[in-house]
Design a protein around this ligand. Structure first.
Ligand code: GTP
Ligand code: MN
Length: 575
């Protein structure tokens, strides 16, 4: 995304209208001058709680919390990547995306590879129709013709140069086959087909392009699966088998099931569970998780019930932990020994399988379950060790309801009070304080000047132009962020809330910004500008107080010079 100049993105957001964009896709009703409402496309609901503000160019769902600007909406709604979204929006308003050389080069080299993998997939599919042995195998595994077609299954014939003869007519084409990982170079210079006598599973990227293959042996033999090597268009640790089909089958993915095998995904789909993906023979990576979280906030990991499965689950847990937050649901399902999802769904059917899914261990339960396996709670020593170890993980969570829950649970298990535990973590914010902060309406008088200034500025970026005095120096955690916001708003006179948010895409302040943007303030009649300037005056007063406090501390510790003393007197008098 850093290939597209930021200025262009700002320009684009300035030209696109969020209300137009959304109303082209959803029925949307005008409520007041700037406010529109619709039924949220990102969760199921009957009464509209999805609000779109035209002035702010920002949408927010009071039901599920989805929010963002035009780019976010299109990414979510059309399942597009960032760059694709920019391209789509640019096309709509008749702008051309400025590209760096780097990106053009990359496109030129990969396009022929996508073409050759697509051709190879079609070839394998045609070969499947001619191979009764391969067809029988798939039938015997319980797959229907429809599902084989949906996943584009094929067959690579038992010969060394089929693909080569078919597509490798020129030196250039031979090179393409090699680059796409479909052939292997011999030591003496020739080539041969990588996949021979195997059932072929094409691997699609999110957009449906074929980027590689998995090939399963038909009878017994080693290796059972052969995968495409890493190529310019295929990185194993990033792709998820079945994601494309899951996206195709569901406008909105309420959840995604993560399993281990190709056959598991296909069998699940065949039995109506059309929201399953598999990693390609690797453990779950942060990259996988990041991908999944773009489409859903409920993920169920499915593992074997044995020791290896438990270990794999814990590895997945550790990947999830830093990305975990209150709105996410992560679950862990362990299969009965001897089963995999393929055999289980075939035997039990969709409903009973989903019933098992609903009984999967929650994030919290799995965490304690795992921690307790190695703990001894009968001694005080053991409990202290257990507490210390559990805290290592719990501290990695962002403060919030989930962290509170884990701390409460930990306290219960370790038989200490929640207060004692919170003292240990330096954790002070109570759940109730958090709840109030998350509430939708606050009165402008009941919050701190900085928070008020932040909310008002994010919701009305033009306010930045009304500050005439220099801003005070103040040491408060969010203050540098506020200064930065002011700076950006001043540099971009026409910025909307949605446009402002764009500057923080994928940065840690992104969530805070969205919260500020969706806050409903009750503003007194004097108006927004007066409130804002009042808040700025409040900041100046706080800065004053900080200086006084610092000088008083110094006076107590080392004494003040005469000059400082008179300064302090003056400061206190000013108050
Ligand atoms: P079936 O045995 O046909 O039911 O396939 P499966 O998809 O259930 O495979 P399994 O559970 O044995 O393995 C899970 C995943 O690990 C597979 O889908 C592959 O991605 C990967 N895998 C399994 N065996 C091999 C192998 O021999 N080599 C490689 N590279 N990957 C493998
Ligand atoms: Mn299997």
């Amino acid at each position: 995304m850093d290939h597209i100049p930021r200025e262009f993105i700002s320009l684009l957001l300035d030209k696109v209208d969020l209300v137009d964009l959304i109303s082209a896709r959803l029925p949307i009703k005008k409520k007041s001058a700037n406010n529109f409402f619709a039924c949220c496309p990102f969760h199921n609901e009957k009464t509209p709680s999805f609000s779109v503000n035209q002035a702010k160019q920002f949408y927010y769902c009071f039901g599920c919390g989805e929010h963002g600007n035009a780019i976010d909406f299109l990414m979510k709604y059309d399942h597009l990547g960032f760059v694709e979204t920019i391209e789509t929006l640019a096309r709509q308003v008749g702008l051309e995306v400025p590209r760096t050389q780097h990106q053009e080069d990359k496109q030129d080299t990969t396009a022929p590879l996508y073409a050759i993998t697509a051709e190879a997939a079609a070839f394998y599919q045609a070969q499947l129709k001619k191979s009764p042995r391969a067809i029988d195998y798939l039938k015997q595994r319980g797959l229907s013709g429809t599902i084989a077609k949906q996943f584009g299954l094929g067959y690579a014939p038992a010969q060394w140069e089929q693909l080569l003869q078919q597509f490798g007519d020129t030196a250039q084409n031979k090179q393409k086959l090699l680059q796409a990982g479909l052939t292997i170079k011999k030591e003496d210079g020739g080539y041969y087909d990588r996949f021979r006598d195997r059932i072929m599973f094409p691997i699609h990227d999110r957009r449906g392009r074929i980027i590689g293959f998995g090939g399963r042996i038909i009878d017994q033999g080693e290796p059972k699966y052969l995968n495409s090597p890493e190529t310019p268009i295929f990185q194993k640790g990033q792709e998820l088998y079945g994601l494309y089909q899951s996206l195709q089958a569901n406008r909105k993915l309420n959840r995604l099931l993560v399993v281990e095998g190709y056959m598991d995904v296909i069998a699940l789909f065949q039995h109506g569970i059309n929201y399953a993906v598999a990693t390609l023979g690797t453990a779950t990576t942060p990259h996988h998780l990041h991908q999944l979280l773009r489409y859903t906030n409920e993920i169920i990991f499915c593992f074997d019930g044995d020791e290896a499965g438990r270990r794999a689950a814990w590895r997945a847990f550790e990947v999830v932990l830093p990305m975990m937050h209150d709105e996410l649901q992560i679950k862990f399902m362990f299969l009965p020994e001897g089963d995999d999802p393929d055999t289980l769904v075939a035997r039990e059917g969709k409903e009973r399988f989903e019933e098992q899914l609903s009984k999967a261990l929650t994030f919290t339960n799995f965490f304690f379950h795992h921690q307790l396996q190695q703990a001894d709670l009968s001694s005080m020593d053991g409990r202290a060790r257990f507490t210390a170890q559990a805290l290592v993980y719990i501290k990695q969570l962002a403060p919030g309801v989930l962290q509170e829950m884990l701390l409460d649970e930990l306290a219960k298990k370790a038989r200490i009070t929640a207060e004692q535990l919170k003292q240990q973590t330096g954790h002070t914010q109570s759940v109730s304080a958090k709840r109030i902060a998350n509430g939708r309406q606050i009165k402008s008088q009941t919050t701190t000047p900085l928070r008020l200034a932040l909310i008002l500025l994010v919701q009305h970026p033009e306010l930045a132009h009304h500050i005439s005095e220099p801003l005070p120096e103040l040491s408060l955690p969010a203050y540098p962020f506020f200064i930065k916001l002011i700076e950006i708003c001043r540099q971009h006179p026409h910025l909307t809330t949605g446009g402002l948010l764009e500057f923080w895409r994928e940065q840690k302040e992104e969530k805070l910004l969205a919260k500020l943007a969706s806050w409903e303030l009750v503003i007194p009649e004097t108006g927004v500008k007066e409130e804002f300037l009042g808040a700025i005056r409040g900041l100046t007063r706080s800065a004053h107080d900080q200086v006084i406090q610092r000088m008083l501390a110094k006076a107590a510790q080392q004494g003040l010079s005469d000059e400082e003393k008179s300064q302090l007197t003056q400061l206190i008098a000013d108050k």
